[in-house]
Design a protein around this ligand. Structure first.
Ligand code: FAD
Length: 305
């Protein structure tokens, strides 16, 4: 099923993001994780697309397995900034051949100078990729958005204007970059409304597993660290078990607040750790059910008028 149709069912979607193991690791390790994630009844699982060609072939293979063997909806990430349009056409063709109908269309991070990848002459922004996927037809297309603004754009309002152009080019839903301060996300949602961007948005939440990971992510994404979160990192950074527990509790609190607010979807950056996903999913079982029911009841009320 297309993800845009899952959103139309008017329930709060729960999705998990996984990444393919590096080429020199056996691919089977990820299948064990997917099997465990399946028990948590996600609405879909997304598979990232690696930079530098490291694990790119594996994205289609894993997404295909999720869809055709585990019978869970799959979302394949795809980036364009270091590809040719012929390469992208081939991947779109393989996705179609494997019955995958959902693509998260991304520009990708700019390749490092002197690295293996060169900047494509055919793509500048994610929008160029979205146009191409649309021409190939019949995919539900998602795109990335940034509650605190994208790193390369110094003006958040301008970033939202570009986002609007991207959505208007044929995007069905958005997934946010991770954030640790829900208030910043709510401000962003107001800005989207003012800008007339009305596709469903899933909030990207990452449970912290270790302090090093957070410093790396903060450097890559530019996301801010609220005082409450910093206190937690400072207090437990030298005790991995305690930090993991605290990180899960923090993510859970964020999710509960988002669900109470009426979020369209929660997208959990699982870092391939099913145990953390399980703890969170189990703790929101009833909330998830109630949240879905409330949405459906509200829709019923609307239909009466
Ligand atoms: P775009 O939407 O093209 O935006 C990139 C920049 O260009 C922004 O600063 C924007 O403001 C600016 N811009 C857009 N349009 C214009 C215009 N017309 N004129 C001037 N400036 C413009 N990366 C991977 O390599 N693999 C993955 O699997 C992956 N998955 C991701 C999943 C999610 C949910 C998110 C949030 C990010 C993911 N990324 C992934 C990272 C992503 O590739 C980077 O954040 C990248 O730097 C931007 O990609 P984009 O699609 O948002 O780019």
């Amino acid at each position: 099923m297309k993800i845009k149709d899952l959103f139309r069912k008017n329930k709060t979607l729960l999705s998990f993001e996984i990444f393919p193991p590096k080429k020199d690791y056996p691919i089977d390790t990820i299948y064990h994780t997917i099997e465990e994630l399946k028990d948590l009844e996600p609405d879909y699982i997304s598979v990232t697309y690696g930079a530098g060609g490291t694990s790119r072939d594996r994205t289609v293979e894993i997404a295909s397995k999720i869809k055709n063997e585990y019978h869970i909806e799959a979302l394949a990430h795809l980036t364009c900034i270091s590809s040719t349009s012929k390469e992208i056409d081939n991947i779109i063709g393989s996705l179609r051949d494997n019955n995958i109908t959902n693509i998260l269309a991304l520009r990708g991070d700019m390749p490092e100078s002197g690295g293996d990848d060169a900047v494509s002459e055919e793509y500048t922004y994610a929008r160029d990729l979205i146009d191409q996927i649309n021409k190939k037809g019949n995919f539900s297309i998602g795109a990335a958005c940034y509650p605190e603004g994208h790193m390369e754009c110094s003006n958040r309002i301008q970033d939202i204007k570009y986002l609007k152009e991207k959505v208007n080019s044929g995007v069905d839903f958005l997934i946010t970059q991770l954030f640790f301060d829900n208030e910043l996300f709510y401000r962003f949602m107001e800005e989207l409304e003012l800008a007339g961007i009305d596709v469903p948005v899933s909030a990207g939440i990452m449970p912290v597993l270790n302090a090093k990971q957070i410093l790396r992510i903060q450097k890559l994404s530019g996301c801010s660290i609220p005082p409450k979160f910093k206190r937690m990192l400072d207090k437990y950074e030298h005790n991995p078990e305690a930090l993991k527990e605290a990180g899960q509790a923090y993510a859970l609190e964020q999710i509960i607040d988002l669900m109470a607010w009426g979020i369209d979807g929660i997208h959990l950056y699982t870092m391939n750790k099913s145990e953390t996903a399980r703890k969170i999913a189990e703790n929101i079982k009833t909330i998830r059910k109630i949240s879905n029911k409330n949405k459906i009841e509200t829709m019923g009320d609307r239909n009466e008028y």
